[in-house]
Design a protein around this ligand. Structure first.
Ligand SMILES: *Cc1c(COP(=O)(O)O)cnc(C)c1O
Length: 480
Protein backbone atom coordinates (compact mmCIF):
# COMPACT_ATOMS: atom_id res chain seq x y z
CA UNK A 1 0.00 0.00 0.00
CA UNK A 2 1.30 3.45 -0.94
CA UNK A 3 1.99 6.01 1.73
CA UNK A 4 -0.18 9.12 1.71
CA UNK A 5 2.92 11.03 0.53
CA UNK A 6 3.24 8.78 -2.49
CA UNK A 7 -0.39 9.48 -3.42
CA UNK A 8 0.27 13.22 -3.36
CA UNK A 9 -0.12 15.29 -6.57
CA UNK A 10 0.76 18.97 -6.52
CA UNK A 11 -2.30 21.21 -6.36
CA UNK A 12 -4.80 18.65 -5.14
CA UNK A 13 -6.67 19.47 -2.00
CA UNK A 14 -9.28 17.97 0.31
CA UNK A 15 -10.88 21.31 1.08
CA UNK A 16 -11.57 24.66 -0.53
CA UNK A 17 -10.83 27.48 1.86
CA UNK A 18 -12.27 30.92 1.14
CA UNK A 19 -9.74 33.70 0.64
CA UNK A 20 -8.79 35.41 3.86
CA UNK A 21 -10.45 38.76 4.58
CA UNK A 22 -8.09 39.55 7.41
CA UNK A 23 -6.00 42.63 6.58
CA UNK A 24 -2.42 41.80 5.65
CA UNK A 25 -0.09 41.60 8.57
CA UNK A 26 3.60 41.19 8.47
CA UNK A 27 3.70 37.53 9.53
CA UNK A 28 7.45 37.44 9.45
CA UNK A 29 7.57 40.19 11.99
CA UNK A 30 4.88 38.75 14.26
CA UNK A 31 6.06 35.15 14.32
CA UNK A 32 9.73 35.49 13.55
CA UNK A 33 11.50 34.32 10.41
CA UNK A 34 13.01 31.17 11.83
CA UNK A 35 9.57 29.61 12.38
CA UNK A 36 8.34 30.23 8.85
CA UNK A 37 9.01 27.53 6.28
CA UNK A 38 8.16 27.47 2.60
CA UNK A 39 9.24 23.91 2.03
CA UNK A 40 6.86 21.88 4.22
CA UNK A 41 6.52 18.60 2.37
CA UNK A 42 2.85 17.87 3.07
CA UNK A 43 0.81 15.44 0.98
CA UNK A 44 -1.73 16.96 -1.39
CA UNK A 45 -4.71 14.66 -1.99
CA UNK A 46 -8.43 14.93 -2.69
CA UNK A 47 -10.90 14.19 0.10
CA UNK A 48 -12.05 10.88 -1.38
CA UNK A 49 -8.46 9.63 -1.65
CA UNK A 50 -7.74 10.77 1.86
CA UNK A 51 -10.80 8.95 3.24
CA UNK A 52 -9.99 5.76 1.33
CA UNK A 53 -6.38 5.84 2.42
CA UNK A 54 -7.15 5.97 6.13
CA UNK A 55 -10.17 3.67 5.92
CA UNK A 56 -8.01 1.04 4.23
CA UNK A 57 -5.29 1.52 6.81
CA UNK A 58 -7.80 1.14 9.65
CA UNK A 59 -8.98 -2.16 8.18
CA UNK A 60 -5.51 -3.56 8.73
CA UNK A 61 -5.87 -2.98 12.41
CA UNK A 62 -7.35 -5.35 14.95
CA UNK A 63 -9.64 -4.39 17.78
CA UNK A 64 -12.12 -5.89 20.18
CA UNK A 65 -14.97 -4.83 17.85
CA UNK A 66 -13.43 -6.97 15.08
CA UNK A 67 -12.74 -10.23 16.80
CA UNK A 68 -11.71 -12.26 19.83
CA UNK A 69 -8.87 -10.56 21.72
CA UNK A 70 -7.77 -12.91 24.54
CA UNK A 71 -4.77 -10.86 25.71
CA UNK A 72 -4.15 -12.22 29.22
CA UNK A 73 -3.62 -9.75 32.07
CA UNK A 74 -4.50 -6.88 29.72
CA UNK A 75 -8.25 -7.65 29.90
CA UNK A 76 -9.44 -6.51 26.50
CA UNK A 77 -13.11 -6.34 27.44
CA UNK A 78 -15.80 -5.44 24.99
CA UNK A 79 -16.54 -1.71 25.33
CA UNK A 80 -20.35 -1.29 25.52
CA UNK A 81 -21.54 1.48 23.21
CA UNK A 82 -23.76 2.97 25.90
CA UNK A 83 -20.56 3.96 27.74
CA UNK A 84 -19.52 6.00 24.70
CA UNK A 85 -22.95 7.61 24.36
CA UNK A 86 -22.92 8.76 27.95
CA UNK A 87 -19.33 10.01 27.80
CA UNK A 88 -20.27 12.02 24.69
CA UNK A 89 -23.03 14.00 26.45
CA UNK A 90 -22.33 17.72 25.98
CA UNK A 91 -22.34 18.34 29.74
CA UNK A 92 -19.31 16.05 30.02
CA UNK A 93 -17.43 16.94 26.85
CA UNK A 94 -18.16 20.67 26.91
CA UNK A 95 -17.02 21.55 30.39
CA UNK A 96 -13.93 23.71 30.50
CA UNK A 97 -11.32 22.13 32.78
CA UNK A 98 -10.84 25.45 34.54
CA UNK A 99 -14.58 26.01 35.12
CA UNK A 100 -15.37 27.04 38.68
CA UNK A 101 -16.70 24.26 40.94
CA UNK A 102 -20.11 25.87 41.00
CA UNK A 103 -20.46 25.37 37.22
CA UNK A 104 -19.31 21.75 37.40
CA UNK A 105 -21.61 20.31 40.06
CA UNK A 106 -22.88 17.45 37.90
CA UNK A 107 -19.39 16.37 36.95
CA UNK A 108 -18.16 16.64 40.52
CA UNK A 109 -21.11 14.55 41.64
CA UNK A 110 -20.19 11.83 39.17
CA UNK A 111 -16.61 11.76 40.49
CA UNK A 112 -17.86 11.79 44.08
CA UNK A 113 -20.32 8.95 43.46
CA UNK A 114 -17.73 6.94 41.56
CA UNK A 115 -15.37 7.19 44.55
CA UNK A 116 -18.18 5.93 46.79
CA UNK A 117 -19.03 3.04 44.45
CA UNK A 118 -15.42 1.93 44.26
CA UNK A 119 -15.00 2.24 48.03
CA UNK A 120 -18.02 0.02 48.59
CA UNK A 121 -17.16 -2.55 45.87
CA UNK A 122 -13.60 -2.93 47.15
CA UNK A 123 -14.10 -2.30 50.86
CA UNK A 124 -11.71 0.64 51.11
CA UNK A 125 -12.17 3.84 53.13
CA UNK A 126 -11.57 6.27 50.27
CA UNK A 127 -10.53 6.42 46.60
CA UNK A 128 -8.70 8.90 44.40
CA UNK A 129 -9.46 8.91 40.68
CA UNK A 130 -6.46 11.01 39.66
CA UNK A 131 -3.90 8.46 38.37
CA UNK A 132 -3.90 8.05 34.60
CA UNK A 133 -3.28 4.29 34.38
CA UNK A 134 -2.46 1.19 36.40
CA UNK A 135 1.27 1.81 36.70
CA UNK A 136 0.58 5.43 37.67
CA UNK A 137 -1.81 4.15 40.35
CA UNK A 138 0.93 1.86 41.67
CA UNK A 139 3.30 4.79 41.87
CA UNK A 140 0.67 6.85 43.72
CA UNK A 141 0.03 3.99 46.16
CA UNK A 142 3.72 3.45 46.88
CA UNK A 143 4.24 7.21 47.35
CA UNK A 144 1.54 7.10 50.05
CA UNK A 145 3.20 4.12 51.74
CA UNK A 146 6.50 5.99 51.70
CA UNK A 147 4.95 9.10 53.20
CA UNK A 148 3.18 7.03 55.86
CA UNK A 149 6.50 5.66 57.14
CA UNK A 150 8.18 9.05 56.90
CA UNK A 151 5.47 10.49 59.15
CA UNK A 152 5.99 7.63 61.60
CA UNK A 153 9.73 8.22 61.48
CA UNK A 154 10.38 4.64 60.43
CA UNK A 155 13.15 3.84 58.02
CA UNK A 156 12.01 1.03 55.76
CA UNK A 157 13.84 0.56 52.46
CA UNK A 158 12.44 -2.68 51.07
CA UNK A 159 9.35 -3.61 49.06
CA UNK A 160 8.66 -7.32 48.52
CA UNK A 161 7.38 -8.37 45.11
CA UNK A 162 6.36 -11.91 44.08
CA UNK A 163 8.10 -13.47 41.07
CA UNK A 164 4.75 -13.58 39.24
CA UNK A 165 4.25 -9.80 39.41
CA UNK A 166 3.70 -7.46 36.50
CA UNK A 167 6.92 -5.64 35.59
CA UNK A 168 5.43 -2.32 36.60
CA UNK A 169 5.43 -3.39 40.29
CA UNK A 170 9.21 -3.39 40.80
CA UNK A 171 9.44 -0.30 38.61
CA UNK A 172 7.01 1.60 40.86
CA UNK A 173 8.87 0.50 43.99
CA UNK A 174 12.22 1.52 42.54
CA UNK A 175 10.91 4.90 41.33
CA UNK A 176 10.02 5.73 44.93
CA UNK A 177 13.53 4.85 46.06
CA UNK A 178 12.78 1.42 47.53
CA UNK A 179 14.91 -1.65 47.12
CA UNK A 180 12.74 -4.36 45.57
CA UNK A 181 13.21 -7.95 46.71
CA UNK A 182 11.70 -10.92 44.87
CA UNK A 183 9.40 -13.25 46.76
CA UNK A 184 9.18 -16.83 45.45
CA UNK A 185 5.99 -18.64 44.48
CA UNK A 186 5.27 -22.14 45.76
CA UNK A 187 4.45 -25.15 43.58
CA UNK A 188 0.79 -24.22 43.85
CA UNK A 189 1.40 -20.84 42.17
CA UNK A 190 0.83 -18.84 45.37
CA UNK A 191 3.10 -16.96 47.78
CA UNK A 192 5.77 -19.19 49.36
CA UNK A 193 4.90 -18.55 53.02
CA UNK A 194 8.25 -19.74 54.39
CA UNK A 195 10.09 -17.44 52.02
CA UNK A 196 7.83 -14.55 53.04
CA UNK A 197 8.52 -15.24 56.73
CA UNK A 198 12.25 -15.17 56.11
CA UNK A 199 12.10 -11.89 54.14
CA UNK A 200 9.55 -10.01 56.23
CA UNK A 201 11.51 -7.86 58.67
CA UNK A 202 11.09 -4.41 60.12
CA UNK A 203 12.96 -2.87 57.21
CA UNK A 204 10.22 -3.98 54.80
CA UNK A 205 7.70 -1.24 54.01
CA UNK A 206 5.28 -3.53 52.27
CA UNK A 207 4.39 -6.36 49.95
CA UNK A 208 2.90 -5.68 46.52
CA UNK A 209 0.55 -8.53 45.80
CA UNK A 210 -1.51 -9.16 42.69
CA UNK A 211 -4.62 -11.16 43.47
CA UNK A 212 -5.61 -13.14 41.54
CA UNK A 213 -1.98 -13.28 40.52
CA UNK A 214 -0.73 -13.24 36.96
CA UNK A 215 -1.07 -17.02 36.74
CA UNK A 216 -4.81 -16.34 37.03
CA UNK A 217 -4.80 -18.03 40.45
CA UNK A 218 -6.43 -16.80 43.61
CA UNK A 219 -4.02 -16.44 46.52
CA UNK A 220 -5.22 -19.14 48.90
CA UNK A 221 -3.31 -17.91 51.95
CA UNK A 222 -4.12 -14.27 51.56
CA UNK A 223 -5.24 -13.68 55.16
CA UNK A 224 -2.11 -15.36 56.48
CA UNK A 225 0.02 -13.26 54.12
CA UNK A 226 -1.68 -10.08 55.38
CA UNK A 227 -1.08 -11.13 58.98
CA UNK A 228 2.62 -11.82 58.45
CA UNK A 229 3.14 -8.43 56.76
CA UNK A 230 1.10 -6.50 59.34
CA UNK A 231 2.76 -8.18 62.32
CA UNK A 232 6.06 -6.62 61.28
CA UNK A 233 4.41 -3.23 60.78
CA UNK A 234 4.42 -3.47 56.98
CA UNK A 235 1.59 -2.57 54.61
CA UNK A 236 -0.13 -4.80 52.07
CA UNK A 237 -0.41 -3.27 48.62
CA UNK A 238 -2.86 -4.82 46.15
CA UNK A 239 -2.34 -4.66 42.40
CA UNK A 240 -6.02 -4.73 41.44
CA UNK A 241 -5.52 -4.69 37.67
CA UNK A 242 -7.24 -8.08 37.64
CA UNK A 243 -10.18 -7.05 39.83
CA UNK A 244 -12.58 -8.24 37.13
CA UNK A 245 -12.00 -11.71 38.60
CA UNK A 246 -13.69 -11.00 41.94
CA UNK A 247 -16.26 -8.19 41.60
CA UNK A 248 -19.02 -8.73 44.15
CA UNK A 249 -17.29 -11.87 45.44
CA UNK A 250 -14.66 -10.57 47.82
CA UNK A 251 -13.51 -7.14 48.97
CA UNK A 252 -9.75 -6.48 49.23
CA UNK A 253 -10.35 -4.21 52.22
CA UNK A 254 -11.87 -7.16 54.11
CA UNK A 255 -8.87 -9.33 53.25
CA UNK A 256 -6.42 -6.90 54.83
CA UNK A 257 -5.20 -4.82 51.89
CA UNK A 258 -4.14 -1.30 52.90
CA UNK A 259 -3.86 0.12 49.37
CA UNK A 260 -5.19 -1.09 46.05
CA UNK A 261 -4.99 0.30 42.53
CA UNK A 262 -7.56 -0.54 39.88
CA UNK A 263 -7.44 -0.39 36.13
CA UNK A 264 -10.77 1.05 34.99
CA UNK A 265 -9.66 0.33 31.43
CA UNK A 266 -9.50 -3.38 32.19
CA UNK A 267 -12.01 -4.20 34.91
CA UNK A 268 -14.65 -1.65 33.97
CA UNK A 269 -14.69 -2.10 30.20
CA UNK A 270 -13.25 1.18 28.93
CA UNK A 271 -11.05 1.13 25.82
CA UNK A 272 -7.27 1.08 26.16
CA UNK A 273 -4.07 0.43 24.31
CA UNK A 274 -4.56 1.94 20.86
CA UNK A 275 -8.16 2.66 21.85
CA UNK A 276 -7.50 5.44 24.29
CA UNK A 277 -6.11 6.42 27.67
CA UNK A 278 -6.65 4.52 30.91
CA UNK A 279 -7.46 5.34 34.50
CA UNK A 280 -5.88 3.91 37.63
CA UNK A 281 -7.89 4.82 40.76
CA UNK A 282 -6.28 4.07 44.11
CA UNK A 283 -8.19 3.02 47.21
CA UNK A 284 -6.81 3.21 50.74
CA UNK A 285 -7.75 2.05 54.21
CA UNK A 286 -8.60 4.63 56.89
CA UNK A 287 -4.96 4.72 58.02
CA UNK A 288 -3.78 6.19 54.71
CA UNK A 289 -6.59 8.59 53.84
CA UNK A 290 -4.59 11.68 54.90
CA UNK A 291 -1.93 10.93 52.27
CA UNK A 292 -4.27 10.83 49.26
CA UNK A 293 -3.42 13.17 46.37
CA UNK A 294 -5.04 16.60 46.28
CA UNK A 295 -7.36 18.13 45.36
CA UNK A 296 -10.02 15.99 47.00
CA UNK A 297 -13.77 16.51 46.66
CA UNK A 298 -15.59 17.64 49.76
CA UNK A 299 -19.32 17.74 50.19
CA UNK A 300 -20.63 20.85 51.94
CA UNK A 301 -24.25 21.46 52.94
CA UNK A 302 -25.32 22.47 49.45
CA UNK A 303 -22.52 21.77 47.00
CA UNK A 304 -19.42 19.83 46.09
CA UNK A 305 -16.04 21.47 45.86
CA UNK A 306 -12.36 20.68 45.46
CA UNK A 307 -10.17 21.11 48.50
CA UNK A 308 -6.40 21.28 48.78
CA UNK A 309 -6.37 21.54 52.56
CA UNK A 310 -4.74 18.26 53.47
CA UNK A 311 -1.31 18.90 55.02
CA UNK A 312 -0.10 15.27 54.81
CA UNK A 313 -1.03 14.74 51.16
CA UNK A 314 1.54 13.40 48.69
CA UNK A 315 0.41 16.28 46.43
CA UNK A 316 -0.96 16.20 42.94
CA UNK A 317 -0.17 13.28 40.63
CA UNK A 318 -2.12 14.34 37.56
CA UNK A 319 -3.46 17.51 36.01
CA UNK A 320 -7.17 18.31 36.40
CA UNK A 321 -9.37 15.38 37.49
CA UNK A 322 -7.53 12.45 35.97
CA UNK A 323 -8.82 11.02 32.69
CA UNK A 324 -12.36 12.17 33.22
CA UNK A 325 -14.06 10.63 30.19
CA UNK A 326 -12.65 7.21 31.11
CA UNK A 327 -14.20 7.63 34.56
CA UNK A 328 -17.56 8.50 32.96
CA UNK A 329 -17.44 5.30 30.88
CA UNK A 330 -16.56 3.12 33.85
CA UNK A 331 -19.27 4.82 35.91
CA UNK A 332 -21.77 4.01 33.16
CA UNK A 333 -20.65 0.37 33.18
CA UNK A 334 -21.18 0.13 36.94
CA UNK A 335 -24.57 1.83 36.77
CA UNK A 336 -25.80 -0.23 33.83
CA UNK A 337 -24.78 -3.56 35.39
CA UNK A 338 -25.56 -2.87 39.03
CA UNK A 339 -24.24 -4.96 41.90
CA UNK A 340 -25.74 -8.23 40.62
CA UNK A 341 -24.58 -7.54 37.07
CA UNK A 342 -20.99 -6.94 38.13
CA UNK A 343 -21.00 -10.19 40.06
CA UNK A 344 -22.44 -12.01 37.06
CA UNK A 345 -19.75 -10.51 34.79
CA UNK A 346 -17.09 -11.88 37.11
CA UNK A 347 -18.70 -15.31 37.19
CA UNK A 348 -18.88 -15.45 33.40
CA UNK A 349 -15.25 -14.31 33.05
CA UNK A 350 -14.13 -17.09 35.39
CA UNK A 351 -16.36 -19.69 33.72
CA UNK A 352 -15.07 -18.77 30.26
CA UNK A 353 -11.43 -19.03 31.34
CA UNK A 354 -11.99 -22.42 32.96
CA UNK A 355 -13.84 -23.64 29.87
CA UNK A 356 -10.85 -22.79 27.67
CA UNK A 357 -8.46 -24.29 30.21
CA UNK A 358 -10.29 -27.63 30.22
CA UNK A 359 -10.72 -27.75 26.44
CA UNK A 360 -7.07 -27.05 25.67
CA UNK A 361 -5.55 -29.07 28.50
CA UNK A 362 -5.15 -32.25 26.41
CA UNK A 363 -3.14 -30.34 23.78
CA UNK A 364 -0.93 -27.92 25.72
CA UNK A 365 1.06 -28.16 28.97
CA UNK A 366 -0.81 -26.66 31.91
CA UNK A 367 1.85 -26.04 34.59
CA UNK A 368 -0.59 -25.08 37.37
CA UNK A 369 -3.52 -27.43 37.01
CA UNK A 370 -6.11 -26.00 39.37
CA UNK A 371 -9.31 -24.00 39.03
CA UNK A 372 -8.31 -20.67 37.57
CA UNK A 373 -9.93 -17.27 37.86
CA UNK A 374 -10.37 -14.96 34.86
CA UNK A 375 -7.42 -16.26 32.82
CA UNK A 376 -5.45 -19.45 32.30
CA UNK A 377 -1.76 -19.92 31.64
CA UNK A 378 -0.47 -22.70 29.38
CA UNK A 379 3.06 -23.48 28.35
CA UNK A 380 4.17 -24.20 24.80
CA UNK A 381 7.03 -26.40 26.07
CA UNK A 382 5.39 -29.62 24.81
CA UNK A 383 5.44 -28.19 21.26
CA UNK A 384 9.06 -27.06 21.67
CA UNK A 385 10.18 -30.56 22.62
CA UNK A 386 8.06 -32.34 20.04
CA UNK A 387 8.66 -30.19 16.98
CA UNK A 388 10.73 -27.10 17.79
CA UNK A 389 7.67 -24.88 17.47
CA UNK A 390 7.76 -22.07 20.03
CA UNK A 391 5.02 -20.10 21.73
CA UNK A 392 5.78 -17.10 19.55
CA UNK A 393 5.11 -19.26 16.44
CA UNK A 394 1.78 -20.42 17.84
CA UNK A 395 0.82 -16.81 18.58
CA UNK A 396 1.74 -15.70 15.04
CA UNK A 397 -0.20 -18.58 13.53
CA UNK A 398 -3.32 -17.54 15.47
CA UNK A 399 -3.30 -14.29 13.47
CA UNK A 400 -3.86 -16.36 10.32
CA UNK A 401 -6.92 -17.85 12.00
CA UNK A 402 -8.29 -14.35 12.65
CA UNK A 403 -7.52 -13.99 16.35
CA UNK A 404 -5.45 -11.53 18.30
CA UNK A 405 -2.75 -13.63 19.97
CA UNK A 406 -2.91 -14.14 23.72
CA UNK A 407 -0.22 -12.67 25.99
CA UNK A 408 2.96 -14.71 25.60
CA UNK A 409 6.18 -15.19 27.61
CA UNK A 410 4.47 -13.70 30.67
CA UNK A 411 4.37 -14.43 33.58
CA UNK A 412 8.11 -15.03 33.53
CA UNK A 413 8.01 -18.05 35.83
CA UNK A 414 6.28 -20.15 33.15
CA UNK A 415 8.57 -21.03 30.27
CA UNK A 416 6.97 -20.51 26.85
CA UNK A 417 3.92 -19.04 28.60
CA UNK A 418 0.61 -18.63 26.75
CA UNK A 419 -1.75 -16.56 28.84
CA UNK A 420 -5.38 -16.56 27.71
CA UNK A 421 -8.05 -14.23 29.06
CA UNK A 422 -11.38 -14.59 27.29
CA UNK A 423 -13.40 -12.02 29.37
CA UNK A 424 -17.07 -12.40 30.21
CA UNK A 425 -18.75 -11.27 27.02
CA UNK A 426 -17.59 -14.02 24.66
CA UNK A 427 -20.16 -16.56 23.52
CA UNK A 428 -19.78 -20.33 23.68
CA UNK A 429 -19.44 -20.37 19.87
CA UNK A 430 -16.52 -17.90 19.96
CA UNK A 431 -14.77 -19.88 22.70
CA UNK A 432 -15.25 -23.09 20.72
CA UNK A 433 -13.94 -21.74 17.41
CA UNK A 434 -10.94 -20.23 19.20
CA UNK A 435 -10.18 -23.56 20.89
CA UNK A 436 -10.60 -25.32 17.52
CA UNK A 437 -7.96 -22.96 16.08
CA UNK A 438 -5.57 -23.66 18.97
CA UNK A 439 -6.08 -27.42 18.55
CA UNK A 440 -5.57 -27.16 14.77
CA UNK A 441 -2.29 -25.28 15.40
CA UNK A 442 -1.15 -27.96 17.87
CA UNK A 443 -1.76 -30.49 15.09
CA UNK A 444 0.04 -28.37 12.48
CA UNK A 445 2.99 -28.04 14.86
CA UNK A 446 3.33 -31.85 14.80
CA UNK A 447 2.68 -32.43 11.12
CA UNK A 448 4.08 -29.34 9.43
CA UNK A 449 6.13 -27.34 11.93
CA UNK A 450 7.64 -25.11 9.22
CA UNK A 451 4.18 -23.77 8.39
CA UNK A 452 3.73 -22.59 11.98
CA UNK A 453 7.25 -21.19 12.12
CA UNK A 454 6.64 -19.12 8.98
CA UNK A 455 3.34 -17.65 10.19
CA UNK A 456 1.65 -15.26 9.77
CA UNK A 457 1.10 -15.88 6.08
CA UNK A 458 -2.05 -13.84 5.51
CA UNK A 459 -1.01 -10.42 6.79
CA UNK A 460 0.29 -7.43 4.75
CA UNK A 461 3.63 -7.76 6.56
CA UNK A 462 4.69 -11.31 7.38
CA UNK A 463 7.19 -12.46 10.02
CA UNK A 464 9.35 -9.56 11.14
CA UNK A 465 12.82 -9.74 12.56
CA UNK A 466 11.60 -8.45 15.90
CA UNK A 467 15.03 -7.65 17.30
CA UNK A 468 15.97 -5.62 14.24
CA UNK A 469 12.56 -3.93 14.21
CA UNK A 470 12.99 -2.89 17.85
CA UNK A 471 16.67 -1.92 17.69
CA UNK A 472 16.78 -0.27 14.27
CA UNK A 473 13.27 0.82 13.42
CA UNK A 474 13.01 2.26 9.93
CA UNK A 475 10.04 4.58 10.22
CA UNK A 476 11.19 7.61 8.27
CA UNK A 477 10.06 8.02 4.67
CA UNK A 478 12.06 10.28 2.42
CA UNK A 479 11.00 11.44 -1.01
CA UNK A 480 13.22 9.68 -3.50
C1 LIG B 1 -1.99 -3.94 33.14
C2 LIG B 1 -1.39 -4.22 34.44
C3 LIG B 1 -0.64 -3.23 35.11
C4 LIG B 1 -0.30 -1.89 34.51
O1 LIG B 1 -1.41 -1.13 34.12
P1 LIG B 1 -1.26 0.02 33.01
O2 LIG B 1 -2.61 0.64 32.94
O3 LIG B 1 -0.85 -0.65 31.75
O4 LIG B 1 -0.22 0.99 33.49
C5 LIG B 1 -0.14 -3.54 36.36
N1 LIG B 1 -0.34 -4.74 36.93
C6 LIG B 1 -1.05 -5.72 36.31
C7 LIG B 1 -1.24 -7.04 36.99
C8 LIG B 1 -1.59 -5.50 35.05
O5 LIG B 1 -2.26 -6.47 34.43
Amino acid sequence: MDLIFEKSKAGRSAAEVAASDVPDVNVEKVIGKKYLREDLDLPEVAEVDLVRHYTNLSRRNFGVDLGFYPLGSCTMKYNPKVNENVAALPGFTGLHPYAADIFAQGNLELIFEMQKYLSSIFGMAEFTLQPAAGAHGELTGIMMIKKYFEKKNEKRQVILIPDTAHGTNPASGALCGFETVTLRSNSDGGVDIDHLMSLMTESVAGLMLTNPNTLGLFERNIEQVAKIVHEKGGLLYGDGANANAFLGKVRPGDLGFDVIQLNLHKTFSTPHGGGGPGSGPVGVSAMLVDYLPVPRIVKTADSLEWSEKYPDTIGRVRSFYGNFSVIVKAYTYIRSLGAEGLKHATEMAVLNANYIKEKLKPYFDLPYDRVCMHECVFSGSKQVTESGVHTTDIAKRLIDYGYHPPTIYFPLIVSEAIMIEPTETESLETLNTFCDAMIAIAKEAKENPQLVKDAPLTTPVCRLDEVLAARKPDVCWKRS
